[in-house]
Design a protein around this ligand. Structure first.
Ligand code: FES
Ligand code: FE2
Length: 293
């Protein structure tokens, strides 16, 4: 449950679906996430028992002859993929203009079975004072890796380019093991990082931002760690150490975000200017003033 909506798993014949609806009942305004119950494919309000379908129609008023067809609860578009629920948000309520890539689209040969279940290797940072664009800007901010994430040196950006709603950047961290990361950002809320060394894929990470109002967002950090054959059910000690190191990194960013001011006209150094400007230019498409309404 989040402030503006609730996630409800409903049962369709043979399959569970996740639905996300606005939180407050159109009748007298009760919050469906506090005592609402799923009945069949509907959710029943805890206040007077009105029922709402997964697509937001009123299906039953228990003490009245017929439902109120004129009333609707907003139903949000969701996608379920890679054990993650993704919600489409558009300020004008339009249908999705693009689909989020799956991990198999982004990582050659990716198969979920080879990784520990991601709900056990994820962390939520609730109610952080940050806007999603600030999180996205991290991926092209090479210098911050050195100072915020303690990389031995500033990484080199090998490539950055845009593909419509996607922004892709590849960094090399140098060093003997040839560490590199490719980050694929879709919209302002979904960033998939694929971490490699010379010996192959180390892990995959999804950093996602859910704006919850004003300058605040919920941040989720999900890390797919390859199962060790010696410890197939639970992360091994080695993988747990990798996870803890990686999850701690976002905490370092959070400390900066919580306390910074955002500079629209930042005095960028020549060495960092091109990728940061490119990302800011790309990001304009996601704001109402410049959206193709
Ligand atoms: S407020 Fe939901 S049924 Fe009355
Ligand atoms: Fe960062």
């Amino acid at each position: 449950m989040i402030d503006h909506g609730i996630v409800v798993a409903t049962v369709d014949p043979g399959r569970r679906h996740v639905r996300m609806l606005d939180a407050h009942c159109p009748h007298l305004g009760a919050h469906l996430g506090h005592g609402g119950t799923v009945v069949g494919n509907d959710i029943e309000c805890p206040f007077h028992g009105w029922r709402w379908s997964g697509d937001g129609r009123n299906t039953c008023i228990p003490y009245s002859a017929r439902p109120n067809r004129g009333q609707r609860l907003r139903s949000w578009t969701v996608r379920e993929q890679d054990d993650v629920i993704i919600v489409w948000h558009d300020p004008h309520n339009r249908e999705p203009a693009w689909e989020p890539p799956t991990l198999a689209d982004l990582v050659d040969g990716f198969s979920l079975d080879e990784f520990y279940p991601v709900h056990r290797t994820s962390r939520l940072w609730p109610d952080v004072r940050v806007r999603p664009q600030m999180v996205a800007e991290n991926i092209v901010d090479a210098a911050h890796f050195r100072y915020v994430h303690s990389t031995p040196a500033m990484p080199t950006i090998l490539d950055h380019h845009t593909e419509g709603p996607h922004f892709v950047v590849k960094h090399s961290f140098g060093g003997d093991r040839g560490a590199a990361v490719r980050i694929h950002t879709s919209g302002l809320g979904l960033m998939v990082g694929t971490f490699f060394t010379e010996s192959g894929l180390t892990f995959v990470e999804l950093q996602s931002s859910t704006p919850i109002g004003g300058d605040r967002s919920d941040l989720r950090d999900s890390v797919w760690l390859r199962r060790d054959s010696a410890s197939p059910a639970d992360p091994s000690v080695r993988q747990r150490a990798t996870l803890d190191r990686q999850l701690a990194q976002l905490g370092n960013d959070v400390t900066i975000w919580e306390n910074m001011v955002y500079r629209d006209r930042a005095p960028l150094a020549p060495e960092e200017s091109k990728p940061i400007r490119a990302l800011r230019e790309w990001a304009k498409q996601f704001y109402p003033a410049t959206a193709n309404v």
